[in-house]
Each structure stands twice: as C-alpha cells, then as structure tokens.
Design a protein around this ligand. Structure first.
Ligand SMILES: NC(=O)c1ccc[n+]([C@@H]2O[C@H](COP(=O)([O-])OP(=O)(O)OC[C@H]3O[C@@H](n4cnc5c(N)ncnc54)[C@H](OP(=O)(O)O)[C@@H]3O)[C@@H](O)[C@H]2O)c1
Length: 271
C-alpha cells in the first residue's frame, strides 16, 4: 500500500499542503499519497486514531486550529515543538505512536536567510503579534543572534509574557504598539490582521534603511502588510509563501529522510 500522509485542520479546503507535498514526492521520486482532511474540534485524538486505523497514516501536518491542541495531547515532542507550544508535524510509527514536531520556525528562518538572502545576525527584529505563529518562530530567530528582538502586540501583556518565556535565549522584550522604539532591520507580521485586510497600527518610522518587511500571511495578490511595506519604500516586501513551502520541506525530510528542493515548488505556487 502507498504510504499515506494528510494535513488536518478546520476548515481545510484552502490548504496548499497537498499540492506542495505531491510536488515534493514527484521531484524526489517518492511514492506517497497526501490529502487534506477536515476534522472537528471535539475529540481530536479520537478522530486521529480513526484516521490512522482506516489509512495507516505515516504522518500528519496540523494546521489551524489544532496546533496547540496537539501539543497538549502528544507526550513525545521534539525540543523545538515543546518550546513552540505547538505541533505542526506528526510522525506516526508502525505501532501508531505519535511524535510531534514543529517546523514553522525553521521554515521562516530558511525563507529569510536562504531564499531571500537576508541576515539576522546583529540586526534588530520587530515581531508583530504574540499568538501561536510568533511563539513558534522566536527560538529559531534568536538562534541567529540578532541584536535584539521586540515583540509588539495588540494585547501588550501577551507580548511581555511571551518575551519572558524566551529570556534565556537572547535579548528579547515585548509590549504594545506604542512601546515600539527606534528602527528595525526586519519587521515580521505574525498577526492575523492581514486576514481582515488590516495592518497593525505601527509607524513607518520604525523601518531602518534597507528594512525588510515580512508578512507570514500570503495570497494570490499582495497582503495588506506587503502593500503597506511597498507604500513605505521598504527595501524588501515579502509574503509568507516561502515559509509555508520551507516548513513543508522540513516535514517531508522528517517523514522521508530526503530534503526536497523548495525553490521550484515556490515558483510553481507563484504562477
Ligand atoms: N506562512 C506560514 O507558513 C504561516 C505559518 C503559521 C502562521 N501563519 C500566519 O500567521 C498569522 C498568525 O497566526 P497565529 O496562528 O499566530 O494566530 P493566533 O494565534 O490566532 O494569533 C493572532 C495574533 O494576531 C493578533 N491580531 C488578530 N487580529 C488583529 C488585528 N486586527 N490587528 C492587530 N493584531 C491582531 C492577535 O492579537 P491579540 O493577542 O491582541 O488577540 C494575536 O497576536 C496568520 O495570518 C497565519 O495565517 C503563516
């Protein structure tokens, strides 16, 4: 039987993951099937068990709104998933044991560093938003030794608390929009504001010369934050499609032991 994989979420019909993983499989000559499955927010563990019994799944990707739920349900977690407080990739053993990992953070740093040729070391980073996506990328960003990382959020207390959780990894602090001081080299939008076509209420005065603006959100046309960045002459105005493909490439590597080329798949999705 062909190895089976799936992405679970609710809703899930919009997911690009099947297209991405099918492209990776073709590119690397791996034989597998990958589908999107809508599951319901109650009894997530029971539904995964049923899916595994029916399909003998080898692995799962997890998206909104189950990343944190799975983190609390799975005992065997990678260090980066444990730190992120969220699981986006699950490896399932022959006996049905679940291993939870999180590839979002490495997906973002690979997109910034490898695909866009940016440098994080000795740069000032402004991270907008203090939700699950922010939590998942903080450790990989601090690993690259920025000068400092400031988290700004609509609910200031959440940003402060999040920063406190990562004090041991580097210079990090948090607050509200009005606490943003000075200029930043990389501004990452990890708020859900783009979903509503909105931009967080920050001043363009926070953009350093040659600043890069990165929206974790992506779409067929420029997101609100990418439009804002272009309007304020940011040197780079980037969306999160590359992060999506890079986190998938890392998941594919965990499952299949082979690292696919992400660039052709990003190009295919851009078309
Ligand atoms: N490219 C990728 O691979 C990738 C991966 C993961 C996530 N993402 C994207 O990242 C974004 C955040 O996801 P998440 O999982 O972190 O969501 P989340 O946990 O729900 O957090 C949402 C964050 O956005 C803030 N927010 C919501 N609406 C806002 C608005 N109108 N103005 C300003 N701030 C607002 C929230 O502030 P409060 O705390 O004040 O509520 C919170 O900090 C989404 O757009 C998601 O699609 C992309």
């Amino acid at each position: 039987m062909t190895d089976q994989y799936a992405v679970i979420g609710h809703p899930i019909s919009h997911s690009k993951s099947p297209k991405i993983h099918q492209a990776f499989a073709k590119q690397t000559g791996q034989s597998l099937e990958y589908r999107a499955i809508d599951i319901y927010p109650d009894d997530v563990a029971g539904q995964i068990q049923q899916l595994h019994n029916a399909l003998k799944l080898k692995g799962l990707n997890v998206t909104v709104p189950f990343k944190e739920t799975l983190w609390s349900l799975i005992d065997d977690l990678s260090e980066r998933a444990d730190r992120a407080g969220a699981v986006n990739t699950i490896v399932i053993s022959e006996s049905g044991n679940l291993f939870g990992d999180n590839t979002d953070g490495v997906g973002l740093s690979r997109d910034l560093l490898s695909n866009h040729g940016l440098t994080i070391k000795d740069k000032r980073i402004l991270l907008l938003g203090a939700g699950g996506a922010s939590r998942g990328v903080i450790a990989p960003l601090l690993q690259e030794a920025p000068t400092d990382l400031f988290i700004a959020n609509r609910t200031a207390e959440k940003a402060t608390n999040l920063a406190n959780d990562f004090q041991d990894l580097g210079a990090i602090s948090g607050g509200g929009w009005s606490d943003i001081k000075g200029k930043f080299d990389i501004v990452i939008n990890a708020t859900a504001a783009s979903l509503q076509g909105e931009v967080p209420p920050i001043s363009a005065a926070c953009l350093a010369d040659e600043a890069a603006c990165y929206d974790m959100m992506y779409g067929d046309r420029d997101t609100a934050f990418v439009t804002w960045a272009k309007a304020h002459n940011a040197a780079h105005a980037l969306d999160g499609l590359g992060m999506l493909v890079e986190q998938a490439a890392e998941a594919f590597f965990l499952w299949r032991g082979i690292r696919p080329e992400s660039q052709p798949v990003i190009a295919m999705l851009r078309q």
